[in-house]
Design a protein around this ligand. Structure first.
Ligand code: SF4
Length: 452
């Protein structure tokens, strides 16, 4: 375990995008209609596989640290209405698609997809499989809140076609759980995992956190040890992003109860030490995979990707996002649905794809995006080769390389010619290096999270 010395500490204190896309969603512009999105859909080829993301914007409870688009519905009426609107949206997208190669990945996120009834979730999944045509061996992943996971829902996931379940575990420390309004004893998570596996879903992911109020390196490490006793296939380790000016409920967490940057680094290091000791493979800046998990193989083969769900082994170039705030991605740009449920529903009712923001990417955006994605995934990039591969002059991004050389002086990376490398031990800070190739002129410190 290493402590973070100056000047790396200063870099870890920067607020930066997580680069789940490039340009990031902050660059998207208001969309007057869905014409551009429909043009991008028209350009899909019969050989193009799809990825489908479904956003369920409801939860049984509001965790104080949450940064997601979600709300507590207080009864099922709102959810039932939403499910009907979502079914209509699904038809709109499916009708707008030309012939394609089917969906290789489906991901249900939120919010909590298990806020739906088993019957509604099963029907929704069947509609997706029918209207988008699942490819053989398709991965169907669902995010779950184990604190409110009905046993019948968990047992039915396999029959509904789910192949991977991702559980928000975060911490097992009772005091930390109380401080963030997320009480879920180990026995509840253990039972959820057992039900999911008994229902036929073999692959299990856990989300774990550091940087929450009351967390220390010791109790973070203890939570990881407990989590690994349930043998998850993947673990995502996220630092809490305290942005109460954007997420009002985070005001329930007092800034003075949070560890400073050095403390956050120590907590993340403690968690990682446990994961590595148990044989998990480090993936990018915040994921860890069991060596038998497909993501470890993707990393080894250079096929790891990054999308709005984080790291993925999904190679699809076309992502269709359903539900409020969901983002669709195309080779030509991005389209984001209206974030407010009522705005999204009103658009769907009129038969319009509910796109509210969009961005047509330029060839230079795609070049920078490729450099950033490969760096975020592989921790190394031959910038000159990527420039040539994209039809640009080899020196196009030399300004970014000059910035990377300055970081190299601080020990954050190495730069040899146009080859940039970040050491695995500093992978948590890779987005600081990736930012060198981001054209966005002005940082938006209040809208991004700490680099660590
Ligand atoms: S269950 Fe998940 S999505 Fe819902 S409020 Fe808690 S952290 Fe946010």
């Amino acid at each position: 375990m290493t402590t973070l010395a100056e000047p790396l500490l200063a870099h870890a204190s920067r607020t930066l995008p997580r680069y789940t896309s490039y340009p990031t969603a902050l660059a998207f512009q208001p969309a007057a209609d869905d014409a551009l999105t429909r043009a991008w859909l028209d350009a899909i080829q019969p050989t193009d596989a799809l990825s489908i993301y479904v956003h369920i914007p409801f939860c049984e409870r509001l965790c104080w640290y949450c940064g997601c688009h979600t709300s507590v519905p207080n009864g099922y009426d709102r959810i039932a209405a939403f499910v009907g609107q979502l079914a209509r949206e699904l038809e709109l997208w499916a009708d707008a698609l030309p012939p394609h190669a089917g969906a290789g990945h489906v991901h249900f996120g939120g919010g909590s997809p298990n806020s739906l009834t088993t019957a509604d979730f099963t029907d929704l999944m069947a509609s997706i499989a029918h209207r988008f045509t699942l490819r053989p061996g398709a991965e169907v992943a669902v995010e779950l809140d184990p604190g409110h996971l009905d046993s019948g829902f968990a047992l039915g996931l396999g029959a509904a076609g789910v192949t991977r379940a991702s559980l928000g575990v975060q911490t097992f420390d009772p005091d930390v759980q109380r401080r963030v309004n997320r009480i879920q004893p180990f026995e509840r998570v253990e039972a959820a995992v057992a039900d999911i596996r008994r229902g036929g879903v073999a692959a299990i992911n856990f989300d774990m956190m550091y940087g929450l109020p009351g967390q220390t390196p010791d109790n973070v490490a203890a939570s990881l040890e407990t989590a690994l006793s349930l043998a998850p296939d993947r673990v995502a380790l996220f630092g809490y992003a305290h942005v109460p000016w954007m997420k009002k409920h985070q005001a329930m967490i007092r800034a003075e109860d949070l560890a400073d940057v050095a403390g956050r680094w120590s907590q993340a290091e403690a968690a990682e030490a446990v994961l590595l000791a148990h044989g998990y493979v480090r993936i990018g800046m915040d994921h860890y995979a069991h060596p038998d998990d497909p993501m470890a193989a993707q990393l080894a083969s250079g096929g790891l990707r990054r999308n709005f769900q984080g790291y993925t082994d999904d190679p699809a170039a076309v992502l269709i996002g359903l539900g409020p705030s969901a983002i669709s991605a195309f080779p030509q740009g991005f389209a984001q649905n209206a974030s407010r449920v009522d705005h999204w529903a009103a658009a769907v009712e009129t038969g319009r794809l509910p796109v509210a923001r969009q961005l047509a990417t330029t060839a230079e955006d795609r070049l920078r995006g490729a450099v950033i994605e490969r760096l975020m995934c592989d921790l190394e990039i031959d910038v000159g080769s990527v420039c040539l591969d994209h039809g640009f002059a080899v020196a196009t991004l030399d300004e970014g390389l000059a910035s990377a050389r300055m970081l190299a002086g601080d020990g954050l990376c190495t730069v040899a010619g146009r080859l940039v490398r970040v050491s695995p031990e500093l992978s948590r800070l890779v987005r600081v290096v990736a930012a060198c190739f981001d054209r966005q002129p002005a940082p938006a410190p209040k809208k991004h999270s700490l680099a660590i």
